[in-house]
Structure formats: structure tokens, C-alpha cells
Design a protein around this ligand. Structure first.
Ligand code: PMP
Length: 440
């Protein structure tokens, strides 16, 4: 497929923007080729600068859960824009958005808005360290929490895509306070707490990891991994930070907490702090962190933890977020769930027919496809997949007009605009792509 306009834009971009992109995975570095430069999108469809149309399975990495240019969301933003782009002062939309989140998600008693998921996790760590007076943060290999210095060690997403151990430019002092454990390894968690429990401020985990592909937390003896983490952390006076930047308002109406949270008083557990992004901003730059009121009370100006933002709580961003959340009613989650299940079946069928080893994994309405036979429970498992088969599959899908995440380590994102007709277009492209994946 030739895309002269995108090729020219990419060449120009590389002169003035590092690698030609403002976020690494967009450069198609691991799959090769020229990334299409996108100019327009509506519903489940994208159009690039060469006029080529694609069915989108990236959804801006999550925010576009109601489809692109959703009329209600666009109208809400247009209306807000007419009243001023930014005030740097309190505005009503912030209150409504925080109220909506606290209504949906039990453990969130108070919420503060920021501008990205990265800022949300960075700020949550600061609160956790201030609350406990401890320094050490525990994270899991393959979990991505944004490009926060302390959280880049063995991160998923772009770090996984480019097979980087972490990042240059992070000081040894910062790295020293982060302990990385294998995802799902309860023995490793217990052993670490037995040895260093008194130093640990918090465990941070993706509520359901989705940045090494989707790796849902597993139950053991009826106890989910997240609940185990909460109980282990609390027993040592540490906190649990559940990162729902990706899963929030997507895995279910209440995020992944709605999938594996308590079902009754007898198994009550909750993360102390939670982080959000993506869907909460409906496509505008928003993140948020929230949780127990006594912890959130540590924030300035009332408390000693400084945290701020010129554009935080921006009126356009809150308008887009509120319009998106108000479109996400029970019916919307049914549509999402059904589109997700149909797509999973279609992909599995095509890959099975072509004889391509694969496993589809889900977390609520979220899913991804690994190019290996056995289930994936950890980052080590995720890395042991056939990324070359994925690359062949990816390019054949792109040729067939389907825009997948350009990495074998990412979730596939559907929206409520992925109607049966849109799914039919994907079904048409799948057999050829599956055969391409099968070729060596
Ligand atoms: N946490 C998780 C779980 C994420 O998936 C991401 C982004 N993919 C982030 C944090 C960082 O969010 P942002 O890119 O908005 O900084």
C-alpha cells in the first residue's frame, strides 16, 4: 500500500519531532513501515491524509469508547468552548465529573483531576509516600503506569514494544525505591513484605493488566489477586493503588473494580487510591486520582502534599468527560460487551482456521490476542509470543483497512460504534491476515 502523503509527513516530522512522533508506539518501530497520518475520524472509522479509510481498533488507546466525533460529546465540547477555553479557577464541570466518578466507584470518596494518566499515578505515589512516611513502591513487571520515573522499570506498553528494560535518565536513587515483582506471584509479594514490609509505602498494580496484552488477575482459593494485594499491604501498614487508567469505565461501568470488587460485606476490600485517565476525558487530556477521604485530605492547600495544574479541571475536558460518561449507561456496556465478544470469536476462528497458535484473553469488555498457544499470566509469558507472526498479521490487516494497535503487547479497543456492519468489515479482512500470520 503506498501512502505518499503520510510518507511525506513522516519524513518532515522526523526532521522536527524525535522519531517523528509524540508518543513512541505511534512510530510503528516494532512492526515497521510508515504510520498513517490521520486527518479525520467518525464512529469506528478513521481516514488518513492519503484518503484511505480504516476500521479503528485503537480508539486513541481507550478514550474513544463512544466512537469518534460522537455527536453528544462534540456538542458538549463545542458548547463549553463557546464559554471560554480555560479559567484556571473552579468551574461547575469539575464538580459534576467528580460526583459522577464517586457515584460509580465506591472506593473513590474524593477525586482530583489532572491532565494525564501519568500525572495521576505520579500524584498517587506522592500521597501514598506522604501518608505512610515510607519510600518503597512495589510494582509488577509488564504493568505500565505512565512515564513516571519511579514506575518505568520493566513497564509494559511502549517499553515492552521496544524491549527496553526501563529508561535512561532515571536516577539510581529513584530506581532504588521501586521493587519490581512478577505479576500474579503471591509468594514473591509475601516474601517481600515479610522482609521489607516496614519500608513499603504502596503496591501499585493495573486493576487488570492490559499493557502487556490483557492479563486478568487470577483467583486462588476464592481470593482475587487484587484483594490479596490489598490485604497484604494493609497488614503491613502500606497502601494499595489500583491503576484504572485503562480499565476504568471500560472493563465495566465501575471499571475493573466492578468486575472483581466485593460482592458482599463479608468479602469487603478496597484499594486506598485509584487512578483514571482515557475514558474519563472522552478524548481530551484528562487524568484523575482519588480514594479515601483521609488520604486525599493530605493534598494542598489543606494538606502538606503539593500537587497542582494550570489546566487541571479544564472546562472543555470536563465537558467531554461528562458527556462520555453520560453516554456510558448499561445499554452501552451491553453493546461494547457484545462487539468485544463477537470480535474475539471472529479472530479466534480465523487464526484457528489458518493454524496460527493464539490465545484470546479478556478482562470485562477488554481483550487482546497473544500469538502463542498457552495462557499468559505474566510479562515473561507475554514476551514468549511470536511477535513476527503478529507483525505479518498487523500489516495484512492494515492492507485490508483495519487499524490495529501496532504492537503485540496492547489491548484491542472497541467502541459502541463498532456495529455489526463494522464488524463485518473486520471479518472480511481476517482470513487473509491470519494466513499471512501463518506464513514463515
Ligand atoms: N496507567 C495505565 C494503566 C495506562 O494504560 C496508561 C496509558 N496507556 C497510563 C497509566 C498513562 O497514561 P497517560 O498516557 O495518559 O499518561
Amino acid at each position: 500500500m503506498t501512502s505518499p502523503v503520510s510518507a511525506d509527513l513522516f519524513a518532515r516530522a522526523q526532521q522536527v519531532i524525535p522519531s517523528g512522533v509524540n508518543s513512541p508506539v505511534r512510530a510503528f518501530g516494532s512492526v515497521g513501515g510508515t504510520p498513517p497520518f490521520l486527518t479525520e475520524a467518525a464512529g469506528a472509522l478513521l481516514r488518513d491524509a492519503d484518503g484511505t479509510e480504516y476500521v479503528d481498533l485503537v480508539g486513541s488507546w481507550g478514550p474513544m469508547i463512544l466512537g469518534h466525533a460522537n455527536p453528544q460529546v462534540v456538542e458538549a465540547v463545542r458548547e463549553a468552548a463557546g464559554r471560554g477555553l480555560s479559567f484556571g479557577a473552579p468551574q461547575p464541570g469539575e464538580v459534576s465529573l467528580a460526583e459522577e466518578v464517586t457515584r460509580r466507584i465506591g472506593p473513590v470518596e474524593q477525586l482530583r483531576l489532572v491532565n494525564s494518566g501519568t500525572e495521576a499515578t505520579m500524584s498517587a505515589l506522592r500521597v501514598a509516600r506522604a501518608a505512610t512516611g515510607r519510600d518503597v513502591i512495589v510494582k509488577f513487571a509488564g504493568c505500565y503506569h505512565g512515564h513516571v520515573d519511579a514506575l518505568l522499570a520493566e513497564a509494559g506498553s511502549g517499553v515492552a514494544t521496544f524491549a527496553m528494560p526501563g529508561s535512561a535518565g532515571v536516577t539510581a536513587a529513584t530506581a532504588k525505591d521501586t521493587v519490581v515483582l512478577p505479576y500474579g506471584d503471591r509468594e514473591a509479594v509475601s516474601a517481600l513484605f515479610a522482609e521489607r514490609g516496614g519500608e513499603i509505602a504502596a503496591v501499585i498494580t493495573e486493576a487488570a493488566p492490559a499493557n502487556m496484552g490483557v492479563v486478568p488477575p487470577r483467583e486462588e482459593d476464592g481470593v482475587g489477586f487484587n484483594r490479596f494485594l490489598a490485604e497484604t499491604a494493609h497488614a503491613a501498614g502500606a497502601l494499595l493503588i489500583s491503576d484504572e487508567v485503562l480499565t476504568g469505565f471500560r472493563a465495566s461501568r465501575e471499571g475493573y473494580y466492578g468486575v472483581d470488587g466485593p460482592t458482599g460485606a463479608e468479602d469487603a476490600w478496597a484499594p486506598d487510591l485509584m487512578t483514571f485517565g482515557k475514558v474519563i476525558g472522552g478524548g481530551l487530556p484528562v487524568g484523575a486520582f482519588g480514594g479515601r477521604e483521609d488520604l486525599m485530605a493530605l493534598l494542598a492547600p489543606a494538606g502538606p502534599v503539593y500537587q497542582a495544574g494550570t489546566l487541571s479541571g479544564n472546562p472543555l475536558a470536563t465537558a467531554a468527560g461528562l458527556a462520555t460518561l453520560s453516554g456510558l449507561d448499561e445499554a452501552a456496556y451491553e453493546v461494547l460487551g457484545s462487539a468485544s465478544r463477537t470480535l474475539q470469536q471472529m479472530v479466534a476462528e480465523a487464526l484457528t482456521t489458518a493454524g496460527v497458535p493464539h490465545v484470546v484473553q479478556t478482562a470485562g469488555t477488554l481483550f487482546s490476542v497473544f500469538f502463542r498457544e498457552e495462557p499468559v499470566h505474566s510479562y515473561a509469558d507475554a514476551k514468549a509470543q511470536d511477535t513476527e507472526a503478529f507483525t505479518r498479521f498487523f500489516h495484512a490487516m492494515l492492507e485490508g483497512g483495519i487499524y490495529l494497535p501496532p504492537s503485540a503487547f496492547e489491548a484491542w479497543f472497541v467502541s459502541t460504534a463498532h456495529t455489526p456492519e463494522v464488524l463485518d468489515r473486520i471479518a472480511e479482512a481476517l482470513p487473509r491476515a491470519a494466513r499471512a500470520a501463518a506464513q514463515r
